[in-house]
Design a protein around this ligand. Structure first.
Ligand code: MGD
Ligand code: MGD
Ligand code: MO
Length: 733
């Protein structure tokens, strides 16, 4: 059965949105492994926890446990991010508890590159001894910690700061840092989208039905039922474009031209919110002076969207104010894709601001983030934040001042290791060898380290390079730090809660850090249990840990209210259209047109820009080893690169043919899917495949990955990867 024929993108969308089809298939596939026999209410426990099937959304779920085994999953109706639903990955991922590829005890790399089991005691002793020596010789700043930005992150900060190193890093620079920095510069933080109440929604390189966020797709569906118009700008006819009133196949990397022209129309025709602009923004006049150079007549030649369409979208958008929004975006459009991504995200922020939708129903709003209680209150001293600049230059004047100090620049690690600045590193819940650009260089860098410790549940590509691999409890086996990720219009507390007994000789992160800290002379910073920590974290809210564990979600604080009630956390306290701070850092204070860094060669019929993106049934590089999900990939023929039909035919290609894809750094082979739903200048590759760790037997050898073709780039503003700045040659084999 071909993916094109039987499962359309429309049904995929429904699957992602309502978890019907694909998750139904996934659940059907899974039910064969669920324990057989009669289920009686008495032996089934329903445990609220957080899904970790992607790390990003951390959806509130109930895990039903029967005879000590997880049996099924349901969405927690109270959590904001998923509002009662679970996606296919959530249904399937719980079964990775029993995945035979899990690491069952600590491992040490031998001289031959094999892994031998060792005891936890040996692991802690050897790691702390080596680390002490490295710190003595090269200082604590030669140690880094890199991880997925998830609930446990304060523990890593604590550990690193106690050691005296500022070098904590997340995957941000490979995902979202251009967007975050731009919204910070404009609003002093990252606002959320009130999609549900919006009446005109523009998505620019955001595909919530593929890069799934269940609440967003549900809210879009709700808004559409109430008359909202949905406009999707995407070079690809994405799963979300399927339900849009309008799909605008923008030329990749040129959304900035479209946005500047939109702003031009809104200002030139006086369609902006004059009162809001006067009262709450700075620098409108500077923008007004410059924007005249960017009419739709100019933009259409750059972005391939006709001027009439730009005029119409700009007018419709403004006429629905304040209940109109351009989604804040995530990864695909301007999270970390292009040389111009930072300014594209600035233009998105400004286009929203001038129609006065900020802090308005149906527009953008600052989420109500609760501040958790302090460990100090329980007599647990906090380590000082080291007064040393971060080695990757994030937040450092003259280097990447606009980059977030806490996210850092992930793909700078290999350089810093090769140059000898980093000697030792910890990788937690992240797989940089597969998710960072240019694996050859990443491998060379990570291999150069004197000590590399990876904390994972399986032998990822990164684990398979490490000197020590420390297995963490699977999420169903542990409690994590209380999380505030579900906060939207109201603050929400949720957590990962243990649902089953640990199956193997593994440990949760806090225990690993506690034991390690003893040998490192920083034991006083890890003198609490997870229950004590979480109890203290809850103290300001007057709720108990038992209450949270019972319901899985607790709302705290006031509900968001419409209106500009608090100053922005920008230098002026207002929305900064013109940013003096950016100017002082030598960064364009207003968005101005910038070309993408590289472009396909128009006179070479084999030359394309390589784009990538999420499929609803896979997460990053981490679910390709989940057998049920890979079964779906195979069944629906999903491991194919999309190519524009006419361009493919000019290369003599038919659907399903194998092509060779080559960039200046990589080469690979993949099957193609011919489609009318892709801008002719690009090819598009699903991003969840190309696993090369031989330990991951289901995933290994299936498909290729965009990182194999991506050179090592650092955007000059925030240092992000510029992951869509890839030109490939595609040819039939
Ligand atoms: N299924 C699934 N869902 C996920 C995740 C996952 O791994 N799997 N991960 C979560 C995370 S961490 C993230 S960051 C989000 C990502 O969520 P998104 O950013 O929405 O997802 P992507 O698939 O990266 O990109 C979205 C779209 O951007 C388009 N695009 C590429 N270049 C351009 C361009 O120049 N202009 C425009 N307008 N569009 C462009 C792509 O064609 C793609 O359809 O998903 C989250 N949800
Ligand atoms: N190949 C590829 N690269 C990408 C992307 C992609 O889709 N594909 N997307 C980009 C984006 S948007 C993002 S956000 C980043 C994400 O990149 P990463 O942060 O590297 O995320 P994952 O690939 O999901 O890797 C997560 C790792 O955590 C491990 N893990 C899972 N559960 C647990 C647990 O409970 N405990 C521990 N200790 N480990 C666990 C998984 O086995 C896996 O090795 O990658 C970027 N780069
Ligand atoms: Mo991401």
């Amino acid at each position: 059965m071909s993916f094109d024929k039987k499962i359309t993108r429309r049904t995929f969308l429904r699957a992602a949105a309502g978890s019907t089809l694909v998750s139904g298939l996934a659940a059907a596939a899974l039910s064969c492994t669920a324990p057989k026999g009669q289920k009686t209410a008495a032996d089934i426990r329903k445990i609220p926890t957080q899904c970790q099937g992607c790390g990003a959304n951390r959806c509130g779920i109930y895990v039903y446990v029967k005879d000590g085994r997880p049996w099924k999953v349901e969405g927690n109706p109270g959590t904001y991010n998923n509002a009662g639903t679970v996606c296919p990955r959530g249904h399937a991922y719980i079964h990775d508890l029993y995945n035979p590829d899990r690491i069952k005890q600590p491992l040490k790399r031998t001289a031959e590159g094999k892994y031998e089991p060792i005891s936890w005691e040996q692991a802690f002793t050897e790691i702390s001894t080596q680390l002490n020596l490295i710190i003595m010789e090269d200082g604590p700043q030669s140690v880094f910690w890199i991880q997925y930005p998830m609930a446990n992150i304060p523990l890593a900060f604590r550990f690193m700061h106690a050691l005296g190193s500022p070098n904590t890093i997340t995957h941000g620079a490979t995902c979202f840092t251009a967007r975050n920095a731009a919204f910070n510069a404009t609003f002093g933080g990252l606002p959320d989208n009130d999609l549900k109440n919006s009446r005109y929604i523009v998505l620019i390189g955001r595909n919530p039905a593929g890069g799934v966020k269940l609440q967003q797709i549900k809210d879009i569906a709700y808004a559409k039922r109430h008359g909202a118009r949905l406009v999707v700008l995407d070079p690809r006819h994405s799963e979300t474009a399927v339900i849009a009133e309008e799909w605008l196949p923008v030329k990749p990397g040129t959304d900035l031209a479209f946005l500047l022209a939109m702003i031009n129309v809104i200002i030139e025709e006086g369609l902006y919110d004059q009162k809001f602009v006067e009262e709450h923004t700075v620098g409108f006049d500077n923008l007004k002076d410059e924007i005249v150079t960017y009419p739709p007549e100019w933009a259409e030649k750059i972005c391939d969207i006709p001027k009439e369409t730009i005029y119409r979208v700009a007018r419709d958008f403004a006429s629905h104010k304040p209940r109109a929004l351009i989604h804040r975006g995530y990864h695909g459009g301007y999270g970390s894709g292009y040389y111009n991504s930072f300014q594209t995200a600035r233009a998105v922020a400004i286009a929203n601001a001038i129609i006065g939708n900020y802090e308005r129903v149906g527009g953008l709003f600052m989420p109500q983030k609760p501040t958790l209680g302090e460990l100090e209150k329980g007599g647990h001293p906090a380590p000082q934040i080291p007064e040393i600049e971060k080695a990757d230059g994030s937040g450092v004047p003259g280097r990447y001042p606009a980059a977030s100090y806490s996210d850092g620049i992930a793909h700078a690690v290999p350089e810093l290791a090769l140059s000898g600045k980093f000697k030792a590193g910890f990788v937690y819940h992240m797989n940089p060898v597969r998710t960072n650009p240019n694996p050859t260089r990443v491998i060379a860098g990570y291999k150069k380290l004197q000590l590399l410790v990876t904390i994972d549940c399986v032998m990822s590509e990164t684990a398979a390079l490490s000197h020590y691999v420390l297995p963490e409890h699977f999420f169903l086996e542990r409690d994590d730090h209380i999380d505030t990720v579900h906060s939207g219009p109201i603050g929400q507390l949720t957590m990962v809660q243990q649902a089953v007994k640990p199956l193997h000789n593994t440990k949760p992160l806090l225990d690993i850090l506690t034991d390690l800290s003893k040998g490192l002379g920083i034991g006083k910073y890890f003198n609490f249990t997870m229950d004590e920590l979480n109890t203290l974290r809850l103290q300001p809210f007057g709720v108990t840990l038992d209450e949270l564990k019972k319901t899985g979600v607790i709302e705290v604080g006031q509900h968001w209210q419409e209106g500009f009630l608090k100053p922005c956390k920008t230098p002026s306290g207002k929305v900064e259209i013109y940013s003096g701070q950016l100017d002082s850092w030598g960064i364009d204070p207003l968005p101005r047109w910038q070309e993408p860094m590289v472009s396909p060669n128009p006179s070479d019929k084999n030359s394309f820009r390589l784009l990538h993106g999420k499929q609803a049934i896979h997460s990053h590089a981490m679910t390709a080893n989940t057998p049920y999900l890979m079964q779906l990939s195979a069944h629906y023929n999903m491991i194919r690169m999309w190519i524009n039909r006419q361009r493919a035919e000019a290369l003599g290609l038919k659907d399903g043919d194998t092509v060779v894809v080559e960039s200046d750094i990589g080469k690979g082979y993949v099957k193609v899917r011919l489609t009318g739903g892709l801008h002719p200048s690009a090819v598009w590759m699903p991003s969840g495949y190309g696993i090369f760790s031989k330990y991951l037997k289901t995933a290994y050898g299936n498909g290729i990955n965009y990182n194999d073709f991506l050179n090592t780039y650092f955007d000059p503003v925030v240092g992000h990867v510029m992951c869509n700045e890839i030109i490939v040659r595609v040819a039939k084999v």
